[in-house]
Design a binder for this molecule. Structure first.
Ligand SMILES: C[S@@+](CC[C@H](N)C(=O)[O-])C[C@H]1O[C@@H](n2cnc3c(N)ncnc32)[C@H](O)[C@@H]1O
Length: 259
């Protein structure tokens, strides 16, 4: 019996079933005592379904707050990959306000009925279709924040990043969620498996330090324009800076006797 349980724990099909069950289960029951506006909107939602891991909510609140009043003196342009029931687009609309340009894309044609009704414009196509992505960004007039909550497949995440990060505004954010899927075979993932976004993120760290190792930048889309990468459990936020230059240092002061 014991051996049977042990063997079953190592059966890859069992692991896969358990992974998905965990994925659906969610964690926590309600807002934290110091909940920000997005966390409050999520837990107070009685409209169309929005599906988010609870620990993402303070991450959104922290990183999206500076964009709430617009971006560099004009309305924000926000793109979410993965519309589902439209609840997240409605949540972003409530948070960013009526002036923001909010688009969602989804491969599911049934999401088309949400176009203009769920808080944003909805376009139907796949996140791995470069032409489609470029067309959507062109229609938006550019993009300041991308949030990838689409298929969670390794190849798709990377494809979207390769196309969209170069189109992202200087000073914009690229957010990828549900990176636990990068470890799961169903999503093309695996532990330290090349091609997953977790492995891409590790390379981005090397690319951010290209001044110091001489190996150049390997993630072409990043182009040495990742100013910071904020890594949380299963969600990564990349800050874009198109004008990075090699850091400088100096010594200041030194007027005291010991200086
Ligand atoms: C996790 S749901 C999105 C949840 C939604 N953002 C929310 O917070 O409530 C993932 C969505 O991605 C869509 N999707 C799956 N594969 C896709 C692809 N290749 N391109 C675009 N969307 C895709 C699915 O149809 C589904 O609606």
């Amino acid at each position: 019996m014991m051996l049977g349980r042990l063997l079953s724990a190592f059966d890859s099909r069992t692991v896969r079933r358990r992974d998905i069950a965990d994925f659906e289960a969610g964690i926590g029951d309600g807002p934290t005592p110091d909940a920000g506006p997005i966390e409050k909107l999520f837990f107070g939602n009685s409209g169309p379904v929005v599906h988010k891991w609870h620990h993402y909510l303070p991450v959104y609140d922290h990183h999206f707050a500076p964009f709430r009043e617009g971006f560099r003196g004009r309305p924000l342009r926000f793109l979410e990959i993965g519309v589902y029931r439209g609840g997240s687009l409605a949540m972003w609309r409530s948070f960013f306000g009526p002036e923001a340009t909010i688009f969602g894309i989804d491969i599911d044609p049934s999401c088309a009925i949400l176009d203009g009704k769920s808080g944003g414009q909805v376009r139907i196509g796949s996140q791995d279709d470069a032409g489609f992505l470029r067309q959507v960004v062109s229609e938006m007039g550019g993009v300041d924040i991308v949030l990838d909550d689409g298929s969670h497949k390794a190849r798709h995440m990377r494809r979207s990043f390769d196309v969209l990060f170069p189109l992202l505004s200087d000073g914009g954010l690229y957010v990828i969620e549900d990176l636990q899927c990068a470890y799961w075979t169903k999503f093309g993932g695996g532990y330290q498996r090349p091609g997953t976004f977790i492995e891409t993120a590790k390379q981005v760290i090397d690319d951010m330090h290209h001044w110091w190792h001489g190996g150049g930048t390997k993630i072409a889309a990043g182009g040495g324009q990742v100013a910071a990468m904020h890594v949380y459990d299963s969600i990564i936020v990349l800050d874009k800076d198109a004008n990075l230059s090699r850091p400088v240092n100096s010594r200041r002061g030194g007027t005291s006797a010991s200086g």
